[in-house]
Design a protein. Structure first.
Length: 385
């Protein structure tokens, strides 16, 4: 299905750091203002000529806790997701779309978190407010610029310029929500996983078709253009965002991968230890369709103790194209009686982000543990089928 492109767009580029803006040995992201100046000086005329329909603005108002104000994405934490969402809210009335430059290590986590931070749902999972503008994350496997005797120059071997241009072109499609553009493929952000550290095709959506691909043209294969006339109720979103950010330290969520392990009781002991340390959510990444070692019943007992303590336990599937079903195998049938939430075909990444945000938002909305479990079990922003 083809989709009309918009003739005039105001696009805000927010640089959070990552490889695309990194220089030096060892590589580290440069300050956002220096990166913006370098892009304008070396690439500005080309971007203007190639995209006369775009009014591109590099925002330098977002700062993280680092000497440069930008981050290697391995250092991105949930409070930084909130910083990004807050900056988008600050600027949403001034721009038609946002391109977020981000490191690849945790781009999929941020892309899973932002749809939940930029939307508000009620206890039944119905949308109450939401940002309609396209938000596109991109980055690079190799830096966009390199140092030379003449100063910074374009790194001709980088995928960064193609990804930047692709993200700007994708913004023109007007597809609402949070997406990732990488290696010519536009994909739903909360369905994405990083699958390679070497290939330019660094991300895939194992359970969702691409939204569009670059080429001779960029046709969208699904979704509707953003409805810019839709009221977003920024006040509701902002109030939720502030409450989540304030509660994050008290609602940590961790992923615990299942592995063949002994001696007996070690997995159960890790679950108990996490609960004792104040963790409020545990994503158990199980084998296959969500099978978790029972360990003679000890793991199930630990999951029940966690639930009794108010800790959310979610079962994910470790395989890239895995999904958690109805625990059909005898080896995993016991899980259904523990109160753990099956994660469906959502990625472990998306489940960690979702559990973090729902747990932190529960107090603000007055949700009890049963409501949070129910919301985890259903798709809110397209993160699960």
């Amino acid at each position: 299905m083809g989709q009309a492109r918009q003739d005039h767009m105001r696009i805000c580029i927010i640089n959070t750091g990552g490889t695309i803006s990194s220089i030096g040995k060892p590589l580290a992201p440069m300050p956002a203002a220096r990166f913006a100046e370098t892009v304008d000086r070396l690439l500005g005329p080309s971007l203007t000529a190639a995209m006369p329909w775009a009014r591109i603005h590099f925002d330098t108002g977002l700062h993280f806790d680092s000497p440069t104000g930008t981050l290697d994405s391995s250092e991105v934490r949930p409070e930084d997701w909130c910083r990004m969402a807050g900056r988008i809210l600050d600027l949403h009335e001034d721009f038609d779309a946002f391109v977020i430059l981000h490191g690849t290590d945790t781009m999929d986590f941020t892309a899973a978190a932002l749809p939940l931070l930029l939307n508000v749902f009620d206890a039944r999972g119905r949308a109450r407010a939401g940002l309609a503008a396209p938000v596109i994350l991109t980055g690079a496997q190799l830096p966009l610029f390199r140092e030379s005797a003449a100063g910074l120059v374009l790194n001709a071997g980088s995928d960064g310029f193609a990804n930047l241009c692709g993200a700007l072109e994708a913004a023109r499609l007007g597809i609402a929500g949070v997406t990732i553009l990488f290696d010519g493929t536009l994909m739903r952000g909360n369905r994405a996983l990083k699958v390679s550290t070497r290939d330019f095709a660094a991300f895939e959506t194992p359970h969702a078709a691409p939204l569009a691909r670059t080429g001779m043209a960029m046709p969208a294969v699904s979704d509707a253009p953003a409805d810019r006339a839709r009221p977003i109720d920024a006040g509701l979103i902002r109030a939720q965002l502030d409450a989540i950010r304030a509660a994050l330290d008290d609602h940590p969520v961790v992923e615990l991968p299942c592995v063949p392990i002994q001696p007996a009781g070690l997995m159960a002991g890790m679950i108990d230890d996490l609960v004792a340390r104040g963790v409020r959510g545990i994503v158990l990444a199980g084998f296959g369709a969500g099978n978790v070692p029972s360990d003679r019943g000890l793991t199930g007992q630990a999951i029940r103790r966690a639930g009794a303590a108010g800790v959310l336990v979610v079962i994910a599937s470790r395989p890239i194209r895995g999904a958690v079903g109805d625990f059909d195998y005898a080896a995993g049938a016991w899980i259904a009686g523990t109160g753990a939430v099956p994660g469906g075909d959502a990625t472990p990444v998306a489940l960690v982000a979702k559990a973090t945000i729902l747990s932190a938002a529960a107090g603000h909305h007055g949700w009890d543990a049963a409501v949070v479990r129910a919301l985890m079990a259903r798709g809110l922003a397209g993160e699960r089928g």
